[in-house]
Write a protein that binds this ligand. Structure first.
Ligand SMILES: O=C(O)CCC(=O)C(=O)O
Length: 307
């Protein structure tokens, strides 16, 4: 067991745990160097379409199924959150509109997200496959058969906007199971000021909540239970794919990079529609030709009809 019984209980009680100093200073330095290489185009064959940059309005694209940002006026949802349409955001980004729109001096500060680094870079691949992370994922799944759905770096550039409340599973309707595990490695210290991740403890037990119902789930009482999780570079959070989480705006002139790896149990049935299948084939996350039995195996073995 990589986790103590207490850590495992806490994950299933709260929907997340933080494991401190899991990544060594040497690995961290190497990941940061390789991040720059990927983003600055120094890694052969890494398609630059996997690097999202902010546009001049400071809008960032989040997630492979980006919902964009609506133009709806913000409505207060409790003292610390705003609702736009049916999306709920931590408050505060509007105070930094001017800084966000200012031209960036360092091109790295324009980067909002980097997709699939572990597919193209050996250092990211080796950490993604390292026993220190995968053993914990195995403990949480209770199964040694593990695949990677995909990985992405939330770069949170200076004065970046907040990341809305969501459950990872909402983006993944083509998996029959709603239990996947995201491990997020902090490449920088994360604080309240630069937009650390925030969770609603126990929300993995609320069930799957689609976007239209989200503001009715995230009532003021529920939002009052929000727990911000500030961490240091090299710490890693593990969260349940039904856990409701968000991250605040970056109110500082520095980046806050978090590398999220989304692991899925190989036993998970793949149930995508033909349209979803076509979409997934274009994302550069499959190893095989089809999504069914198409994701890279990290440990153990695959199953017929599985992911
Ligand atoms: O780092 C962030 O801003 C959000 C991370 C996230 O939503 C995730 O890893 O699922």
């Amino acid at each position: 067991m990589a986790l103590s019984a207490e850590q495992k209980n806490r994950f299933f009680q709260d929907g997340y745990i933080a494991v401190k100093k899991l990544i060594s200073p040497e690995e961290l330095a190497s990941l940061r160097q390789h991040y720059e290489d990927l983003v600055l185009g120094h890694v052969p064959n890494f398609p630059q379409r996997h690097v999202s940059v902010r546009d001049v309005q400071g809008h960032a694209e989040y997630g492979m199924v980006s919902q964009g940002r609506t133009l709806d006026a913000a409505v207060r949802q409790g003292p610390y959150h705003d609702r736009r349409g049916t999306q709920v955001y931590p408050r505060g980004e509007e105070d930094y509109d001017a800084q966000r729109r200012a031209p960036v001096k360092d091109p790295l500060d324009a980067v909002s997200k980097v997709n699939v680094p572990s597919r193209y870079d050996p250092v990211f691949a080796s950490v993604m496959r390292s026993p220190k992370i995968v053993d914990i994922v195995e403990d949480l799944f209770g199964s040694p058969n593990i695949k990677l759905y995909f990985d992405q770096i939330f770069a949170k550039p200076p004065f970046d906007r907040a990341n809305r409340y969501h459950q990872d599973s909402v983006f993944w309707p083509f998996f029959a199971s709603n239990f996947q595990v995201t491990a997020q490695v902090l490449l920088d210290d994360s604080t309240m000021e630069n937009g650390c991740i925030r969770f609603i403890p126990g929300s993995q037990n609320f069930g799957l909540v689609n976007w239209d119902h989200l503001p009715y789930m995230l009532t003021e009482d529920v939002l009052a239970a929000e727990v911000p999780v500030p961490l240091q570079a090299g710490d890693v959070t593990f969260h349940h794919s039904l856990s409701l989480h968000c991250s605040g705006p970056n109110m500082t002139p520095n980046r806050r990079r978090g590398w999220s790896m989304h692991y899925v149990s190989a036993e998970t049935r793949y149930i995508g529609t033909p349209e979803e299948g076509e979409h997934l084939k274009n994302l550069d996350i499959l190893e095989g030709p089809e999504p069914m039995n198409g994701w890279p195996l990290i440990r153990g073995h695959a199953f017929p009809g599985g992911v």
